[in-house]
Ligand binder design. Structure first.
Ligand code: PEP
Ligand code: MG
Length: 901
């Protein structure tokens, strides 16, 4: 017979602390605490498997469950020497949820279960406190009515307030027994009115109602949303913990508290927590009374405090991590109700991990595993000041979008990139608001505090560019209607409007757009960060490079620990001169002249104008990287992205180039493609216009020669995008080498350089053995590879992908495949590509430069398939360094585990 229920009590437990998946975090903690001899009230846990069964079988319990619960109740009655519903000495229980991952406040709890009109009298007698007994009863009836039956909490609290006014009681503590008795009557009457039934007197009926409510809460909207936001997947469900009640509200010798084994804000090794005299747990949570610090408990009840401190030491040693514990003192006796790994601020996460490794409580490897990617992310970016209360935040929500780049930003709404630049020059802070962005907008994006778009996903242009700068960005805020003409944002969900120049605050970590300006704070950089990152660097095998297009970005990335550039998107410099922004127009004109040219001769003439700009950029980047490898990618986007589409701007351009507006319009129309992402882009441009490739290679090699002569070491890697065939790539590799060799020969310089390709198309991955004959390195462009493998447009998927991720809607994917690699499908091509490529060329250098190179889970996969490096945007370099180290440790642990088996 399958076991669904696990008992704990009197120093023994059927469960185990390791069985979090089966018993939930709370259940596992209770079992473990019982086993190690801590004072835990007895009880039992209904497993998460029962919840899973419940949902897989039309909300029916497993057939054996009834008996197993009844047996466990009987056992509990034996251990506690009390009986459920006993009119003399009743057993009361709490019923709490608890899944394998902590979901604070997301699921339900019912206390004082087992009370009815008879047992309440028994409770009054044994406690010699009628007031306490009826207070407990009304709490139970209220919780049962709201949690189990879904009745209105407000309606019940209204009755409570009316009763208090009637009795002239300012606080609950001033209400006499008769008041609570009356209220129980009123609550029950309300219960009957609403449900048509009497309030259940049978404790077993109460218990099953509560179990059903806990299981039901697993699929409640807020719980589902929480799991989606926190990316919690793959759990069976929630467990149900039924435990003997102990009371913190029997008088001044009782109380309840929450404590942490170390300070969860700073990570300091101090006992930290709150205590509330004469109270139940819910009073602490409700925040009506202000708790006192634990140091007060030391004064009030030194013996209890001493015991608690011992528990602290024991638990931390046992779990080797900071614990968050709940306890109750009943008439001077301490009971532990819960222990779990405590949530902590990012700064505390670093400090605690470092300290525990130094204390030899854990190893350095464990310490590295303890840091989450979000911990790093949250260290660098400004956030909305915690002083802004929840209510204000909620009232100011304009829209939700996709959280493309974390951090927060405040600025005035501005609808065009050009205006953003003008405003910024005047010292204004702006938020650039666009339906979507294109390379034309880069200047405006660069000066904006943050970027907001109505369309697009995590690899859309706006997201990729903003990420490179670590600039707060929200994309795919589909409920926003952005009208460029009237310069007005209208939120379709709530009707709110924001005009040009009005303040906006973006929370890029959560993907929420707020109206108004809110105060921001930048978290402090903890010292422990450097220590832990040093340990990570010692452990990892993967190299970590950066995606950077400018010398500034390159320098920033070096500060973050980048070991080279894995992707320099040259076209990002076509439109903006980052060192001398005032000169941007010259290069824009040159590229536009090249695109509009009618024949090769005029194209070459225009390219000659672009050459010095590109060369200067490359010199800057080589200098910044000072001998580290630099991968420069040749032109990639379709040409239409670089020319204006509005007639007024076309006329302006025509005037500057001395041609007719009609010519410009005609040429732009010719460039139009039905599906540009699969059109004339990437290396296909260089097949048609070899002169573009020649100019770019020339700029790269001339810059390299210049640096070499100036005694700056250079390691250029020239990368050709979007290859699909060996012959195609061969033509371009030959052309590249021709130009390079000729330049080097003429300069009399010997320089190592590599020519390789991106793997962005399934065909290229499948035929990697052939491609590797002509490519010296591969870099997986997983943005395009995801798009082309899955057949999902990276720019449009934001519109429907959320439904694919939503557990309640479809739940097809656990996460956004443009953010975290689809290791099953896309990953299969990557694994194949690496393997086949190396069959041809054993020393083939392989890396990744799609956005996944900065995503921890994806980095671990890259380690697993044997890549040499990953490349991430500068701000995500530390995340990749950490993930690369974690991959090593996790692989080691996995190997050790399977050896044990
Ligand atoms: C990619 O496709 O993964 C890539 C890095 O190139 P881009 O994002 O510029 O298309
Ligand atoms: Mg690409």
């Amino acid at each position: 017979m399958k076991k669904w229920v696990y008992f704990f009590g009197a120093g023994k437990a059927e469960g185990d602390g390791e069985w979090r998946d089966l018993l939930g975090g709370k259940g596992a903690g209770l079992a473990e605490m019982t086993k190690i001899g801590l004072p835990v009230p007895a009880g039992f846990t209904i497993s998460t498997e029962a919840c899973d069964h419940f949902y897989k079988n039309g909300k029916k319990y497993p057939s054996e469950l009834k008996k197993q619960v009844a047996d466990s109740v009987a056992r509990l009655e034996k251990v506690t020497k009390k009986k459920l519903g006993d009119p003399k000495n009743p057993l009361l229980v709490s019923v709490r949820s608890g899944s394998a991952r902590s979901m604070p406040g997301m699921m339900e709890t019912i206390l004082n279960l087992g009370l009815n009109d008879k047992s309440v009298e028994g409770l009054a007698k044994v406690t010699n406190n009628e007031r306490f007994a009826y207070d407990a009863y009304r709490r139970f009836v209220q919780m049962y009515s709201t949690v189990v039956m879904g009745m209105s909490k407000e309606d019940l609290e209204h009755r409570l307030r009316t009763m208090r006014t009637r009795l002239g009681a300012k606080e609950d503590t001033a209400v006499p027994a008769s008041g609570w008795k009356e209220l129980v009557g009123e609550y029950k009457q309300y219960f009957k009115e609403k449900s048509g039934n009497d309030f259940p007197e049978d404790p077993m009926e109460q218990l099953w109602g509560a179990v059903g409510a806990v299981f039901g809460s697993w699929m409640a909207e807020k719980a589902v949303t929480y799991r989606r936001v926190e990316k919690i997947t793959g759990l069976l469900g929630t467990a149900v913990n039924v435990m003997q009640m102990v009371f913190g509200n029997t008088g001044d010798n009782s109380g309840t508290g929450v404590c942490f084994t170390r300070d969860p804000s700073s990570g300091e090794k101090i006992f930290y927590g709150d205590y509330l005299t004469n109270a139940q747990g819910e009073d602490v949570v409700a925040g009506i009374r202000t708790p006192v610090h634990l140091t007060e408990l030391a004064k009030l009840m030194p013996k209890v405090y001493g015991q608690l401190d011992k528990v602290r030491v024991k638990l931390e040693k046992h779990y080797t991590d900071m614990q968050d514990m709940e306890f109750t003192v009943e008439d001077g006796t301490l009971y532990m109700l819960q222990t779990r790994t405590g949530k902590r601020t990012p700064a505390a996460a670093f400090k605690i991990a470092m300290d525990m490794a130094n204390e030899k409580l854990i190893t350095k490897e464990d310490a590295v595993l303890r840091i989450k990617p979000e911990d790093i992310e949250r260290l660098f970016y400004p956030i909305i000041d915690a002083k802004v209360d929840k209510k204000t935040l909620e009232s100011r929500i304009l829209a939700h979008g996709i959280n493309a780049v974390p951090g927060a930003a405040v600025g005035k709404a501005c609808f065009s990139a050009a205006e953003a630049e003008e405003w910024a020059k005047k010292g204004e802070k702006v938020i650039l608001v666009r339906r979507e962005t294109s390379p034309e907008d880069v200047g405006g994006m660069a000066v904006a505090q943050g970027i907001l778009t109505a369309t697009g996903g995590k690899t859309s242009h706006a997201a990729v560019v903003a990420r490179g700068w670590g600039k707060c960005c929200i994309v795919g805020a589909e409920t926003l209607d952005i009208d460029y003409k009237t310069k007005l944002i209208t939120a379709s969900k709530n009707g709110k409007k924001v005009k040009e120049g009005e303040w906006l605050t973006l929370d890029g970590s959560e993907g929420v757009v707020y109206t108004g300006d809110m105060p921001l704070v930048t978290p402090e950089f903890p010292k422990a960060y450097q220590t832990i990152m040093k340990w990570a660097d010692e452990i990892r095998r993967l190299r970590v490079r950066t995606n950077a297009d400018t010398p500034q970005d390159a320098r920033k990335a070096i500060e973050f620990g980048a070991e080279g550039i894995g992707l320099c998107r040259t076209e990002h410099m076509f439109f903006t001169d980052f060192e001398h922004p005032e000169k941007s127009h010259d290069r824009q004109l040159a590229i536009q002249e090249m695109i509009l040219a009618n024949d090769k001769e005029s194209r070459v003439k225009a390219l000659d104008k672009l050459l010095p700009f590109q060369r200067r950029d490359f010199v800057g980047i080589f200098q910044a990287m000072d001998g580290l490898p630099v991968t420069i990618r040749l032109i990639d986007p379709p040409l239409h992205e670089f020319v204006p589409h509005e007639p007024a701007k076309q006329a302006e351009l025509a005037k500057e180039l001395g041609i007719s507006p009609e010519t410009v319009a005609r040429r732009v129309a010719q460039l139009h493609e039905a599906n540009p992402m699969l059109g004339h882009r990437g290396c296909r441009l260089s097949i048609t216009y070899p002169e573009i490739l020649e100019m770019q290679v020339r700029a790269i090699i001339e810059a390299a020669i210049e640096c070499h002569k100036g005694r700056v070491k250079v390691l250029p890697e020239i990368m050709i995008p979007l290859t699909l065939d060996k012959k195609e790539l061969g033509i371009l590799v030959d052309a590249t080498r021709r130009v390079a060799e000729d330049l080097l020969k003429r300069a009399g310089v010997k320089l190592p350089y590599l020519v390789g390709t991106m793997i962005e198309l399934p065909r290229a991955a499948l035929l990697a053995n052939e491609i590797a004959e002509v490519a010296e390195f591969f870099s997986f462009g997983t943005n395009d590879l995801t798009q082309t493998t899955m057949g999902l447009s990276r720019d449009d998927a934001g519109r429907f992908l959320p439904d694919y991720v939503d557990e309640k809607k479809a739940g097809v994917f656990a996460g956004d495949p443009f953010q975290t690699l689809d290791t099953k499908g896309v990953g299969m091509l990557m694994r194949w590509g690496v393997e086949k490529g190396r069959e041809t060329r054993p020393k083939l250098k392989v890396g990744i430069c799609g956005e996944h190179g900065g995503d921890a889970e994806s980095v671990k996969f890259c380690h697993e398939i044997g890549m040499d490096y990953v490349s991430a945007s500068p701000f995500r370099v530390p995340i990749s360094r950490l993930a690369a180290a974690q991959a090593v440790v996790e692989a080691k642990q996995k190997a050790a585990k399977s050896k044990k088996k």
